[in-house]
Design a binder for this molecule. Structure first.
Ligand code: FAD
Length: 494
C-alpha cells in the first residue's frame, strides 16, 4: 500500500488473527463497517469465495496487460483461478515479499515539515515518502439494517464472508438481494438445497454472458500465438466501449441492448407473473447490467421462489414480509453488496495543514482522474472516485491510473523535489467537467443504484469512454501538479 523510503517498526509481524467483527464482518466502536486487510493478496477475489463467484468481464480483459494468461479455463474465469493468477503474478514480480498481509492501516497523516506520510497500522508505525491507497471500492460488506437480523437462529453471513463450514445440502436458504453476487450464488446452490427464497427489492437488467469453457487446443493456440489473445482482448474491449458509449452519451444505443435483455427474460421464463417480477422499469444500464446465462433458468426451478414483498423483519426462524407471510429458513445469506462510497474509509487520512480527507470531500469523494486530491501531497488513489463504470475491466482502469502515478513520480524525480501536489484549480476544473458529463449519463435517470447517493451525488462513475481515461491518465498535463513548494494553506473556516 505504500512505497518509498520505508522505516519499519514491528510491521513485519503478521496480525491476521486479530481481525474480528461480528458474523457479517462489522466491528463495534468505529461507527463503520469493518474494513479488513487481507490475509492474502487478491482483494475481492480473496474475500469473495461464495459458490459461483466468477468474473463478469471476459478474462482476457480482466487480466494485467503485461501478464496475459492463455490458460484461463473459461471465458469468464471462476474466482479460484483469478485468485491464483493474482498471487502468481505477485509472486513472479517479487511483490509478495514486500506486502504486509493481515495489516490494517488505520491512520495516515502527512508531515509537512518532513514531507512524509506517517502510517499507524495494526502492526505498528510506518513511514513513507509516497502513499498509494488501493483500498478498492467493493471491499466493505454492506449489511442492511433489517429489523431482527441478529435474532436469526441459524447461520447467517454476507456473500463476501461465505461460511464454507455450513453445509447447505437439503437446507432452506434465504438469499437477500438480487444483484451481481446473488445472480451467481443462487444458480450455484439451487441444485443442492431443499429450497431457496430469493428476496428482491428491485430487479436489474441482465445480458447474456455467453460463457464457455476453453478447449485445450484453444488455450494452446493462445499460448503459442499471443497476438490471438491480444486480438480477443481488443475485440472485448471494443464491445465494452460500445456499452460505455451507450451508458454515457449515445442514448440510442441502449435500445438494442434493452431488446436483447428483454428477449433473454422472455426466452427463459414462461410464467408472466415471474417475467413481470424480474423485468425492470428503469433504463438499461441505470443499475449495473448483470451478465448471466443461468439466473432466470434458476428462478424457474421448483425449489426457488422470488419474493418481491418488502422484508418487514428477520425472525429467529426465517423472514417475515410486509404482507405478513413468514417464510422459514435454516440459513440466511446476505447478497447485499458493498459500502462503496468510503473509498479509503474507515482509514483516517490527514493531509497538509491537518485537514482530513473526509473534511476535504465533505460527503462527496472527488479526485482528479480518481487519483489526486489537493492538499494531500505525495498521495495517489487507485480505483478512486469516479473511476467505476457500467462496463469495462477495473484492472484496465487501475493500470491506467498506475501509469499516471508513475508519470507524477517522474515529475518529482526530474525536479529533484520531495513533494508533489495537485493544484486546486486543476481539481475544480476537472470536477466541474466531470459533474457536467455525469448529468447526461444513464446512471442519473432516476433508478436506485450503488453509484448515486441519496442526495444525487455520484462519487463512483466515469462518464466517458475507458480509452479516454487511459489517454488522459497517461500524460501529466503541464501545470496540473505543483512540484516542490507547497501552495498556501486554505482557510480552514471556509
Ligand atoms: C464479487 C466481485 C466480483 C467482481 N467482479 C469484477 C469483474 O468481473 N470485473 C471487474 O472489472 N471488476 C469486478 N469487481 C470489482 C473489483 O472491486 C475490482 O475488479 C478489483 O478487485 C479492484 O481491485 P483493488 O485492488 O482496487 O481493490 P480490492 O480488490 O477491493 O482490494 C482492496 C484490498 O485492500 C484492503 N484494504 C482496504 N482498506 C485497507 C486498509 N486501511 N489497510 C489495509 N488493507 C486495506 C481490502 O481488505 C482488500 O483486501 C468485482 C468485485 C466483487 C466484489
Amino acid at each position: 500500500m505504500t512505497a518509498g523510503n520505508n522505516e519499519h517498526r514491528q510491521i513485519g509481524r503478521r496480525a491476521g488473527a486479530q481481525f474480528g467483527g461480528d458474523r457479517f464482518g462489522r466491528r463495534e466502536g468505529r461507527g463503520a463497517l469493518f474494513r479488513p486487510s487481507g490475509e492474502r493478496v487478491g482483494g475481492v477475489w480473496h474475500h469473495n469465495t461464495y459458490p459461483g463467484a466468477a468474473c463478469d468481464i471476459p478474462s482476457h480483459l480482466y487480466e494485467f496487460s503485461f501478464e496475459p494468461n492463455p490458460r484461463w479455463s473459461r471465458r469468464f474465469a471462476p474466482q479460484v483461478e483469478i485468485q491464483a493468477y493474482l498471487e502468481d503474478v505477485a509472486r513472479r514480480h517479487g511483490v509478495l515479499d514486500r506486502i504486509h498481509t493481515g495489516t490494517e492501516v488505520q491512520r495516515a497523516s502527512w508531515d509537512d515539515e518532513r514531507n512524509r506520510w506517517i502510517l499507524e497500522t495494526s502492526a505498528g508505525t510506518h513511514e513513507a515518502e509516497i502513499l498509494v491507497t488501493a483500498c478498492g471500492q467493493l471491499s466493505v460488506p454492506s449489511v442492511p439494517p433489517l429489523p431482527g437480523l441478529e435474532s436469526f437462529a441459524g447461520p447467517s453471513f454476507h456473500t463476501a464472508r461465505w461460511r464454507h463450514d455450513v453445509d447447505l445440502t437439503g437446507k432452506r436458504v434465504a438469499v437477500v438481494g438480487t444483484g451481481c453476487s446473488a445472480i451467481q450464488v443462487v444458480p450455484a446452490i439451487q441444485p443442492t438445497v431443499e429450497h431457496v427464497d430469493v428476496y428482491q427489492r428491485s430487479p436489474g437488467w441482465t445480458f447474456p454472458k455467453m460463457d464457455f469453457a476453453y478447449r485445450e487446443r484453444t488455450k494452446r493456440l493462445f499460448g503459442r500465438y499471443p497476438a490471438l489473445q491480444r486480438l480477443d482482448r481488443a475485440i472485448t474491449f471494443a464491445f465494452m466501449e460500445l456499452g460505455a458509449a451507450a451508458m454515457t452519451s449515445q442514448r440510442w444505443m441502449r435500445r438494442p441492448f434493452r431488446a436483447i435483455a428483454r428477449r433473454q427474460i422472455n426466452q427463459a421464463i414462461e410464467d408472466p407473473g415471474l417475467r413481470r417480477k424480474v423485468t425492470p422499469a428503469d433504463e438499461i444500464g441505470c443499475k449495473r447490467v448483470m451478465l448471466t446465462d443461468d439466473w432466470y433458468p434458476a428462478l424457474t426451478e421448483p425449489n426457488v421462489d422470488l419474493v418481491t414483498d418488502r422484508i418487514e423483519a428477520v425472525t429467529p426462524a426465517g423472514i417475515r414480509t410486509a404482507d405478513g407471510t413468514e417464510r422459514p429458513a435454516d440459513v440466511l445469506v446476505l447478497a447485499t453488496g458493498f459500502a462503496s462510497h468510503g473509498f479509503t474509509a474507515p482509514m483516517e487520512i490527514v493531509g497538509s495543514g491537518g485537514r482530513t480527507l473526509a473534511e476535504e470531500w465533505a460527503g462527496v469523494p472527488r479526485a482528479y482522474l480518481g487519483v489526486s486530491v489537493p492538499r494531500f501531497p505525495n498521495m495517489f488513489l487507485l480505483y478512486g472516485p469516479n473511476t467505476n463504470g457500467g462496463t469495462g475491466s477495473v484492472i484496465y482502469t487501475i493500470e491506467a491510473a498506475v501509469q499516471h502515478v508513475i508519470g507524477a513520480l517522474g515529475e518529482l524525480e526530474r525536479a529533484d523535489a520531495r513533494r508533489i501536489e495537485l493544484r486546486r484549480q486543476t481539481a475544480d476544473a476537472f470536477d466541474h467537467e466531470l459533474r457536467a458529463a455525469l448529468s447526461g449519463t444513464v446512471w442519473h435517470t432516476g433508478c436506485t443504484n450503488w453509484y448515486v447517493d441519496e442526495n444525487g451525488n455520484d462519487p463512483s462513475q466515469w462518464p466517458w469512454l475507458w480509452s479516454t481515461y487511459r489517454r488522459r491518465a497517461a500524460q501529466i498535463e503541464p501545470g496540473v501538479y505543483e512540484v516542490g513548494a507547497p501552495e498556501p494553506a486554505p482557510d480552514r473556516a471556509s
